[in-house]
Write a protein that binds this ligand. Structure first.
Ligand code: PEP
Length: 250
Protein backbone atom coordinates (compact mmCIF):
# COMPACT_ATOMS: atom_id res chain seq x y z
CA UNK A 1 0.00 0.00 0.00
CA UNK A 2 1.44 3.33 -1.04
CA UNK A 3 0.34 5.53 1.85
CA UNK A 4 -1.31 5.24 5.21
CA UNK A 5 -4.84 6.63 5.38
CA UNK A 6 -6.03 8.48 8.48
CA UNK A 7 -9.65 9.62 8.63
CA UNK A 8 -11.32 11.96 11.13
CA UNK A 9 -14.89 11.19 12.15
CA UNK A 10 -16.19 14.36 13.75
CA UNK A 11 -19.57 12.73 14.47
CA UNK A 12 -22.23 15.33 15.48
CA UNK A 13 -19.69 17.99 16.43
CA UNK A 14 -18.74 21.43 15.11
CA UNK A 15 -20.67 24.29 13.57
CA UNK A 16 -19.45 25.82 10.31
CA UNK A 17 -17.64 28.54 12.29
CA UNK A 18 -15.87 25.97 14.47
CA UNK A 19 -14.93 23.93 11.41
CA UNK A 20 -13.45 27.01 9.76
CA UNK A 21 -11.31 27.76 12.85
CA UNK A 22 -10.16 24.14 12.98
CA UNK A 23 -9.01 24.07 9.36
CA UNK A 24 -7.06 27.32 9.74
CA UNK A 25 -5.20 25.84 12.67
CA UNK A 26 -4.81 22.31 11.24
CA UNK A 27 -3.47 22.87 7.71
CA UNK A 28 -0.16 24.60 8.64
CA UNK A 29 0.58 21.78 11.10
CA UNK A 30 0.85 19.31 8.19
CA UNK A 31 3.43 21.33 6.24
CA UNK A 32 6.02 19.09 4.59
CA UNK A 33 4.27 15.89 5.64
CA UNK A 34 3.05 13.63 2.83
CA UNK A 35 3.31 10.13 4.27
CA UNK A 36 -0.40 9.99 5.08
CA UNK A 37 -3.59 10.51 3.10
CA UNK A 38 -5.93 12.53 5.31
CA UNK A 39 -9.73 12.43 5.19
CA UNK A 40 -12.06 14.64 7.22
CA UNK A 41 -15.66 13.51 7.72
CA UNK A 42 -17.59 16.43 9.23
CA UNK A 43 -21.36 16.69 9.74
CA UNK A 44 -23.33 17.26 6.50
CA UNK A 45 -23.81 20.94 7.39
CA UNK A 46 -20.04 21.62 7.19
CA UNK A 47 -19.43 19.85 3.86
CA UNK A 48 -19.90 22.88 1.61
CA UNK A 49 -17.56 25.04 3.68
CA UNK A 50 -14.88 22.35 3.99
CA UNK A 51 -15.08 21.51 0.32
CA UNK A 52 -13.87 25.04 -0.37
CA UNK A 53 -11.48 25.31 2.56
CA UNK A 54 -9.72 22.04 1.67
CA UNK A 55 -9.19 22.85 -1.99
CA UNK A 56 -5.53 22.48 -2.99
CA UNK A 57 -4.60 21.04 0.40
CA UNK A 58 -4.57 17.37 -0.70
CA UNK A 59 -6.95 16.57 2.19
CA UNK A 60 -10.02 14.60 1.16
CA UNK A 61 -13.58 15.15 2.29
CA UNK A 62 -15.89 12.38 3.50
CA UNK A 63 -19.43 12.12 4.82
CA UNK A 64 -20.61 10.13 7.82
CA UNK A 65 -23.65 8.51 6.21
CA UNK A 66 -25.56 8.20 2.94
CA UNK A 67 -28.90 6.80 1.79
CA UNK A 68 -29.19 4.07 -0.85
CA UNK A 69 -31.85 5.68 -3.06
CA UNK A 70 -30.90 8.35 -5.58
CA UNK A 71 -33.88 10.66 -4.99
CA UNK A 72 -37.49 10.81 -3.86
CA UNK A 73 -39.67 10.85 -0.78
CA UNK A 74 -37.04 9.99 1.85
CA UNK A 75 -37.29 12.84 4.33
CA UNK A 76 -34.01 13.66 6.01
CA UNK A 77 -31.85 11.48 3.79
CA UNK A 78 -28.91 12.42 1.51
CA UNK A 79 -28.02 10.63 -1.74
CA UNK A 80 -24.59 9.64 -3.09
CA UNK A 81 -24.89 12.21 -5.93
CA UNK A 82 -25.51 14.96 -3.35
CA UNK A 83 -22.32 14.00 -1.52
CA UNK A 84 -20.31 13.89 -4.74
CA UNK A 85 -21.64 17.34 -5.60
CA UNK A 86 -20.31 18.56 -2.23
CA UNK A 87 -16.84 17.29 -3.11
CA UNK A 88 -16.90 14.11 -1.02
CA UNK A 89 -14.65 11.25 -2.06
CA UNK A 90 -15.33 9.02 0.95
CA UNK A 91 -18.34 8.04 3.04
CA UNK A 92 -18.44 6.18 6.35
CA UNK A 93 -20.93 3.30 6.21
CA UNK A 94 -21.93 0.89 8.97
CA UNK A 95 -20.49 2.83 11.92
CA UNK A 96 -21.43 1.06 15.17
CA UNK A 97 -23.29 4.15 16.40
CA UNK A 98 -25.58 3.91 13.38
CA UNK A 99 -25.94 0.16 13.81
CA UNK A 100 -26.74 0.46 17.53
CA UNK A 101 -28.54 3.81 17.93
CA UNK A 102 -30.28 4.08 14.54
CA UNK A 103 -30.85 0.32 14.21
CA UNK A 104 -29.10 -0.10 10.84
CA UNK A 105 -29.02 -3.74 9.78
CA UNK A 106 -26.43 -5.58 7.68
CA UNK A 107 -28.98 -5.42 4.83
CA UNK A 108 -29.32 -1.62 5.13
CA UNK A 109 -25.53 -1.35 5.14
CA UNK A 110 -25.29 -3.60 2.08
CA UNK A 111 -27.71 -1.33 0.19
CA UNK A 112 -25.73 1.75 1.20
CA UNK A 113 -22.42 0.16 0.18
CA UNK A 114 -23.81 -0.81 -3.23
CA UNK A 115 -25.32 2.57 -3.89
CA UNK A 116 -22.28 4.56 -2.69
CA UNK A 117 -19.69 2.52 -4.52
CA UNK A 118 -21.63 2.33 -7.79
CA UNK A 119 -21.90 6.15 -7.67
CA UNK A 120 -18.14 6.53 -7.33
CA UNK A 121 -17.82 7.25 -3.60
CA UNK A 122 -15.26 5.23 -1.66
CA UNK A 123 -16.98 3.63 1.33
CA UNK A 124 -15.19 3.41 4.67
CA UNK A 125 -17.04 0.28 5.77
CA UNK A 126 -16.97 -0.21 9.56
CA UNK A 127 -17.07 -3.62 11.20
CA UNK A 128 -16.41 -4.72 14.76
CA UNK A 129 -17.64 -6.77 17.68
CA UNK A 130 -19.17 -5.71 21.01
CA UNK A 131 -17.50 -6.48 24.33
CA UNK A 132 -19.96 -9.28 25.02
CA UNK A 133 -19.27 -10.81 21.60
CA UNK A 134 -15.52 -10.62 22.24
CA UNK A 135 -15.82 -12.11 25.71
CA UNK A 136 -17.89 -15.01 24.42
CA UNK A 137 -15.40 -15.79 21.66
CA UNK A 138 -17.60 -14.56 18.80
CA UNK A 139 -15.46 -11.65 17.53
CA UNK A 140 -14.34 -13.38 14.33
CA UNK A 141 -17.79 -14.78 13.52
CA UNK A 142 -19.45 -11.38 13.98
CA UNK A 143 -16.93 -9.57 11.82
CA UNK A 144 -17.12 -12.26 9.13
CA UNK A 145 -20.92 -11.99 9.07
CA UNK A 146 -20.73 -8.18 8.80
CA UNK A 147 -18.26 -8.49 5.91
CA UNK A 148 -20.17 -11.21 4.05
CA UNK A 149 -23.57 -9.56 4.39
CA UNK A 150 -22.29 -6.03 3.83
CA UNK A 151 -20.38 -6.95 0.69
CA UNK A 152 -22.95 -9.41 -0.76
CA UNK A 153 -23.47 -8.80 -4.46
CA UNK A 154 -21.09 -5.82 -4.50
CA UNK A 155 -19.00 -5.29 -7.64
CA UNK A 156 -15.25 -4.96 -7.20
CA UNK A 157 -14.75 -1.28 -6.43
CA UNK A 158 -12.60 0.94 -4.25
CA UNK A 159 -13.23 0.19 -0.63
CA UNK A 160 -11.74 0.92 2.77
CA UNK A 161 -12.49 -1.27 5.80
CA UNK A 162 -12.37 0.12 9.33
CA UNK A 163 -12.06 -2.46 12.10
CA UNK A 164 -13.63 -0.76 15.09
CA UNK A 165 -14.25 -2.95 18.14
CA UNK A 166 -17.36 -1.37 19.67
CA UNK A 167 -15.93 -1.58 23.19
CA UNK A 168 -12.99 0.60 22.14
CA UNK A 169 -14.99 3.45 20.59
CA UNK A 170 -15.01 6.59 22.69
CA UNK A 171 -14.07 4.65 25.82
CA UNK A 172 -10.34 5.31 26.09
CA UNK A 173 -9.89 1.51 26.02
CA UNK A 174 -8.04 0.94 22.75
CA UNK A 175 -7.38 -2.60 21.51
CA UNK A 176 -3.74 -3.59 21.84
CA UNK A 177 -1.84 -3.30 18.55
CA UNK A 178 -1.38 -7.08 18.45
CA UNK A 179 -5.10 -7.78 19.05
CA UNK A 180 -5.98 -5.21 16.38
CA UNK A 181 -3.48 -6.82 13.97
CA UNK A 182 -4.93 -10.25 14.69
CA UNK A 183 -8.43 -9.06 13.70
CA UNK A 184 -7.24 -6.96 10.74
CA UNK A 185 -5.25 -9.97 9.46
CA UNK A 186 -8.40 -12.05 9.77
CA UNK A 187 -10.37 -9.39 7.91
CA UNK A 188 -7.86 -9.43 5.04
CA UNK A 189 -8.00 -13.23 4.95
CA UNK A 190 -11.82 -13.07 4.88
CA UNK A 191 -11.82 -10.49 2.06
CA UNK A 192 -9.59 -12.90 0.14
CA UNK A 193 -12.17 -15.67 0.63
CA UNK A 194 -15.10 -13.39 -0.23
CA UNK A 195 -13.41 -12.12 -3.44
CA UNK A 196 -9.80 -12.82 -4.25
CA UNK A 197 -6.39 -12.47 -2.68
CA UNK A 198 -5.01 -9.72 -4.87
CA UNK A 199 -8.07 -7.53 -4.28
CA UNK A 200 -7.85 -8.20 -0.53
CA UNK A 201 -4.15 -7.32 -0.47
CA UNK A 202 -4.89 -3.87 -1.92
CA UNK A 203 -7.76 -2.91 0.43
CA UNK A 204 -6.73 -0.41 3.10
CA UNK A 205 -7.75 -1.69 6.54
CA UNK A 206 -7.95 0.94 9.28
CA UNK A 207 -8.06 0.45 13.03
CA UNK A 208 -10.51 2.62 14.97
CA UNK A 209 -11.21 2.88 18.69
CA UNK A 210 -9.62 5.40 21.09
CA UNK A 211 -6.70 6.18 18.77
CA UNK A 212 -4.49 8.98 20.12
CA UNK A 213 -1.15 10.56 19.26
CA UNK A 214 0.38 8.29 21.90
CA UNK A 215 -0.84 4.96 20.48
CA UNK A 216 -1.05 5.62 16.69
CA UNK A 217 2.50 4.49 15.88
CA UNK A 218 1.91 1.07 17.47
CA UNK A 219 -1.09 0.43 15.22
CA UNK A 220 0.30 1.54 11.88
CA UNK A 221 3.45 -0.54 12.25
CA UNK A 222 1.29 -3.70 12.14
CA UNK A 223 1.32 -5.64 8.89
CA UNK A 224 -2.39 -5.48 8.12
CA UNK A 225 -3.19 -2.04 9.53
CA UNK A 226 -2.98 0.68 6.90
CA UNK A 227 -4.19 3.65 8.92
CA UNK A 228 -6.82 4.74 11.42
CA UNK A 229 -10.35 6.06 11.81
CA UNK A 230 -10.25 8.60 14.62
CA UNK A 231 -13.23 9.99 16.53
CA UNK A 232 -12.69 11.98 19.74
CA UNK A 233 -9.01 12.79 19.19
CA UNK A 234 -9.75 14.21 15.73
CA UNK A 235 -11.81 17.06 17.18
CA UNK A 236 -8.74 18.99 18.29
CA UNK A 237 -6.55 20.18 15.39
CA UNK A 238 -3.31 19.95 17.37
CA UNK A 239 -4.07 16.39 18.53
CA UNK A 240 -5.22 15.24 15.12
CA UNK A 241 -2.17 16.76 13.43
CA UNK A 242 0.05 14.83 15.87
CA UNK A 243 -1.80 11.64 14.95
CA UNK A 244 -1.42 12.32 11.22
CA UNK A 245 2.28 12.99 11.78
CA UNK A 246 2.41 9.62 13.60
CA UNK A 247 3.58 11.46 16.70
CA UNK A 248 7.00 12.02 15.19
CA UNK A 249 8.79 15.35 15.16
CA UNK A 250 9.27 15.12 11.40
C1 PEP B 1 -15.15 6.38 15.81
O1 PEP B 1 -16.17 6.91 16.21
O2 PEP B 1 -15.08 5.94 14.66
C2 PEP B 1 -14.04 6.26 16.76
C3 PEP B 1 -13.04 5.48 16.46
O3 PEP B 1 -14.14 7.01 17.89
P1 PEP B 1 -12.99 7.23 19.02
O4 PEP B 1 -11.70 7.49 18.30
O5 PEP B 1 -13.46 8.40 19.82
O6 PEP B 1 -12.93 5.97 19.82
Amino acid sequence: MEKLLIAANWKMNKTIGEAAEYIKDFIPRLAGWDRVEVVICPPFTCLAHLSEALQDTGIHLGAQNVFWESKGAFTGEISPAMLLEMGCRYVIIGHSERRQIMGESDQDINRKLKSASSSGLVPIFCVGETLQERETGQARDVVLRQLQQGLAGLALQDLVIAYEPVWAIGTGLNASPTDAQEMCGYIRESLGMIRDQSWAAAIPILYGGSVTAVNIAGFVEQQDINGALVGGASLDPEQFARIVRLNTDA
